[in-house]
Ligand binder design. Structure first.
Ligand SMILES: Cc1ncc(COP(=O)(O)O)c(C=O)c1O
Length: 457
């Protein structure tokens, strides 16, 4: 067994990333030779005084990058093959943290065999002509599958022509805003876009929206979702919201607010951008249909496989009124001529053969168990926290009591292996990536740490 000397700086946070980074360097420099056996995660965690989850996360990351190999019963070893060059490492320091969002799905559960079968089928059967430049709005087979799926699962009101394939919600929203900003409001012929966003909202999306040409105005969210009277007061021409499961607080837009919102859009001619980012995962109640199904000529629905399969696939969709769909398709053609076709055909095949539905059913059951484990552990160990937004999605929102410092609590939680983002008065905590057992351990450890160190302001 190789003896490891790792230096970890607890005050910096991102401990799994630090361990991964040290190991990566040791492998690159040859200090850890090919085939060298690493200590079991439990032993290394004990030596470093960290939770096992942190070490497991670091090992998993390096397995995914090709630096390590893990075999059941044989432990974890340095890979026998060539060491990935720096640019091949998926998660250099910084980049690694970039990918670690609390809302990310369990990437170990990616249906590799089924995806491989779909890719194999596509490569075996696709006529050569289909590999040419295609429709920048996406291949027709995938748009057709998506239209059927979204009608059935999200109660969308759509046909194939309204669906545009994009690389994700992020690009879809950028393209809509860009189409507005460059060509004028495709619905009403207006000028630059004053876009209302929820407050709080996902801070990661704001630079992207600004870059696409939006001027942003925040509108508060309360226990029923976005405040429509306040929205009307802004004079916005469009609004971006997460009605199925507000990011970050998890509020579901109430029926009353849905009706008010649609009435506002109809009265003012404004466009609603519906970010449906995690709507596949609804645990305690019947799925709430998308807003788009209620007002197909005023709503653009944006979704992706980033929560259902993996963010790295970069596959998503818009369902848009025909004029908006045409403007977005044009904008995509001018930007980069469209998405890779083999993956689009593979997703179409995966959906058509029932693989996508099966995967979602399996993950829904699994995530529900993990969510229950997190809710239970928080109630037992940290009853001071008030938990919100547990009916759907891959994260919950834990409100901190007065006097707790969100930043420091988040750092402590990360040290325990939890995926967390701090907000001014609470934490977004993801539950998709840890087993039930590890969730319980991590929360127990967080209790011990919050007792032992000062997380109060
Ligand atoms: C609020 C919100 N919308 C959308 C997404 C997904 O974006 P994309 O589909 O581009 O991966 C995320 C990802 O974390 C998110 O948090």
């Amino acid at each position: 067994m190789t003896d490891l000397h790792l230096v970890v700086d607890r005050s910096r946070g991102g401990l799994a990333g630090q361990i991964a980074s040290e190991l990566r360097e040791s492998i690159r420099s040859g200090r850890l030779g090919r085939g060298a056996r690493l200590p079991p995660s439990r032993d290394l965690a004990r030596d470093l005084g960290l939770s096992r989850g942190v070490v497991v996360e670091a090992y998993e990351q390096l397995v995914a990058e090709g630096f390590l190999e893990a075999r059941v019963g044989a432990g974890t070893r340095v890979a026998a093959g060539p060491v990935p060059r720096p640019e091949e490492g998926a998660a250099e320091p910084g980049a690694s943290h970039h990918g670690r969002r609390p809302t990310s799905p369990d990437l170990a559960a990616f249906p590799r065999q089924a995806w491989l079968a779909a890719i194999r089928h596509v490569l075996a059967t696709l006529p050569g002509d289909c590999l040419d430049y295609g429709d920048p709005g996406g291949v027709a087979e995938l748009r057709e599958e998506l239209a059927g799926y979204l009608r059935r699962v999200r109660a969308a009101d759509t046909d194939t022509g309204r669906v545009v394939v994009v690389t994700g919600v992020a690009q879809g929203l950028s393209l809509v805003v860009r189409a507005f900003a460059e060509h004028g409001d495709p619905l009403a012929g207006g000028g630059p876009v004053l876009l209302a966003v929820e407050e709080p909202t996902s801070p990661r999306q704001l630079p992207l929206l600004r870059r696409a040409g939006a001027r942003l105005v925040g509108v508060p969210v309360d226990a029923e979702g976005i405040h429509v009277t306040a929205l009307a007061g802004t004079g916005a021409r469009a609004v971006l919201l997460t009605p199925a499961h507000h990011y970050p607080t998890g509020v579901v837009l109430s029926p009353r607010r849905r009706a008010e919102l649609i009435a506002w859009a109809a009265d003012t001619g404004a466009l609603i951008l519906e970010d449906d980012y995690d709507a596949e995962f609804r645990f305690d109640r019947e799925p709430v249909g998308c807003l788009q199904g209620l007002a197909p000529d005023r709503v653009v629905l944006a979704g992706s496989v980033s929560k259902s399969l993996a963010p790295g696939l970069r596959l998503g969709w818009l369902v848009a009124p025909p004029a908006v769909a045409a403007a977005v398709r044009r904008a995509r053609g001018e930007l980069d001529l469209g998405s890779p076709v083999i993956d689009q055909y593979a997703l179409a095949r995966f959906m058509r053969t029932g693989g996508y539905d099966r995967h979602l059913r399996r993950m829904r059951r699994e995530y529900r168990r993990r969510r229950d484990a997190l809710v239970r552990a928080l109630a037992e160990q940290l009853p001071e926290l008030t938990v919100h937004g547990i009916s759907a999605g891959l994260h919950l929102y834990a409100e901190l009591p007065g006097g707790w410092d969100a930043q420091r609590t988040a750092e402590a939680a990360r040290t325990c292996g939890l995926a967390v983002d701090p907000l001014p008065s609470g934490l977004v905590i993801g539950f998709a990536r840890l087993s039930e057992h590890r969730i319980a351990d991590a929360v127990r450890e967080l209790r011990a740490r919050t007792d032992g160190q000062n997380v109060w302001t």
